[in-house]
Ligand binder design. Structure first.
Ligand code: HEM
Length: 446
């Protein structure tokens, strides 16, 4: 069966080009081959990119039994664990997903907005005029704190710092540990594998300690952090989650949720700073306190123009018709998030940052896909959007920032995310014209 046409360059060349300049490479293939094209990659195999909302809708809805997504993520299981929702497929995936979804529903997430606001104000207190910041790094520290408080339910500073040191030691270790089993083997005290085993063990011990501590808290029934809700959750057979499952899902939420959101925030600031009229309008609307329509539009437009995940991924277990092509079993299909969202016919002036486009009615749901879709749609979508909105609400009216670099940061692959190469470097040039609230001013003055 013929596959849709695509580049004939060698698989290793395709992978290197994609890794070095992901956006330019994808856009070049898209403009040359159209909305459905095939690319052969070394290591990752053959994939068919689909940048067509109708075809993506059919992939994300209806029968999913011939589509695997967890299998493609299984290389992450040495870190996330074998019971992580990200690496499972079929009924086991659905069981974990059903347990995880309720704590992340919009109504629950609304309760986290204050926590996010507090964490943002604390971060802002150190942003003095003249200070240079790499926003992606600062945002990473901030989104880690949010996960600690909202998801793990840990706010005591000493415990947050212990978790930060232990968990980031794992997350920041070389991707080689995930990709090559040999690198993970412990060959003795001086081997890299020894260090990896040691950092994983330390992180596991700490997470299991937090789980045990929470089980014993007298106010467990009243608490609203995600871990407490998961401890109270029961599956369809009335069974609670095991400690092992909880450990894997906590790690997964941290790995999937903190760097993605931090990178998106860094992009949001860069786009605002390069579009002063938009920044001025957002600031004016936030200061006037007249609803969040424009803020929400800025968040949506950032996620459209700069999605951090370039494509979702599904592996066919049976032949399937996708966008008019009969694709054989074993082929990967990539619903192309970034390419769909940059389509000029779906979003006029698609490469420009225009939040106004989201003010009068949103986009069609299968043309705006930063969180993927269907039974694998991002569990943290509402939390991530709340985080971006609340951080902008705290920062934009409070400080004046100046970009250090004249040219936009090149977009590169960092791990599995599209990210700004330099992390968006800024200088704090001025303090607030007006503080958000009196209590925020008190926090900043403290
Ligand atoms: C801007 C921030 C984020 C972006 C752009 C993002 C994007 C995505 C995407 C594209 C997927 C794959 C969807 C698919 O295959 O159809 C995904 C899955 C997932 N995300 Fe997010 N994510 C973000 C933040 C978060 C947060 C804050 C959390 C949790 C605290 C989270 C937890 C997850 C989980 C657990 C999955 C796996 C769902 C499953 O396989 O059923 N993400 N995310």
């Amino acid at each position: 069966m013929p596959l849709p046409p695509g580049p004939r360059t060698p698989p290793s060349y395709n992978l290197i080009h994609f890794a070095v300049r992901p956006l330019e490479t994808l856009r070049a293939w898209h403009s040359r081959y159209g909305n459905v094209f095939t690319v052969k990659f070394t290591v990752f195999g053959t994939g068919v990119y689909v940048a067509d909302p109708d075809a993506i809708r059919l992939l994300f809805t209806g029968d999913q039994s011939d589509l695997l997504a967890g299998e493609a993520n299984s290389f992450m299981s040495p870190v996330l664990g074998a019971r992580s929702v990200l690496v499972l497929d079929g009924p086991e995936h659905l069981r974990q997903r059903k347990l995880l979804l309720p704590p992340f529903q919009g109504s629950r997430v609304a309760g986290f907005r204050d926590v996010i606001g507090e964490v943002s104000e604390r971060e802002l207190a150190g942003w003095h005029p003249g200070r240079r910041l790499v926003l992606r790094e600062r945002m990473r520290a901030l989104t880690f704190d949010v996960i600690c408080r909202a998801v793990f339910g840990v706010s005591e500073p000493a415990r947050v710092e212990r978790l930060r040191a232990a968990l980031l030691a794992v997350i920041d270790s070389s991707p080689l540990y995930m990709l090559t089993p040999l690198a993970r083997r412990d060959f003795g005290r001086l081997s890299p594998g020894h260090r990896f085993v040691r950092v994983i063990r330390a992180a596991d011990e700490l997470l299991l300690e937090e789980i045990a501590r929470r089980r014993g808290e007298p106010d467990l029934e009243q608490r609203s952090d995600v871990l407490s809700l998961l401890l109270r959750a029961r599956d369809e057979d009335g069974a609670p989650m095991t400690d092992g499952e909880l450990r894997d899902e906590l790690f997964t939420m941290l790995a999937a949720g903190h760097e993605t959101t931090a990178t998106e925030l860094a992009f949001a600031f860069e786009l605002l700073l390069r579009n002063p009229a938009t920044l001025a309008r957002l600031r004016a609307e936030l200061e006037a306190g007249e609803g969040d329509d424009y803020l929400d539009a800025v968040v949506k437009e950032t996620l459209r123009l700069r999605p951090v995940i370039d494509a979702a991924e599904r592996t066919l277990t049976k032949p399937r018709n996708v966008a008019g092509w009969e694709l054989p079993a074993g082929v990967k299909v990539f619903p192309a998030i970034v390419l769909t969202q940059l389509r000029e016919d779906l979003y006029p002036h698609a490469r420009e940052f225009r939040p106004e486009r989201f003010l009068d009615g949103g986009a069609e749901s299968y043309s705006w896909l930063p969180f993927g879709g269907g039974i694998r749609r991002c569990i943290g979508a509402a939390l991530a959007q709340a985080e971006i909105a609340e951080v902008l609400r705290a920062v934009v009216p409070a400080v004046e920032l100046r970009l250090v670099r004249r040219r936009p940061d090149p977009i590169v692959m960092k791990g599995i995310t599209l990210a700004p190469y330099h992390g968006v470097e800024v200088e704090v040039v001025g303090a607030a014209r007006r503080r958000r609230t009196d209590s925020a001013a008190a926090t900043l003055a403290a």
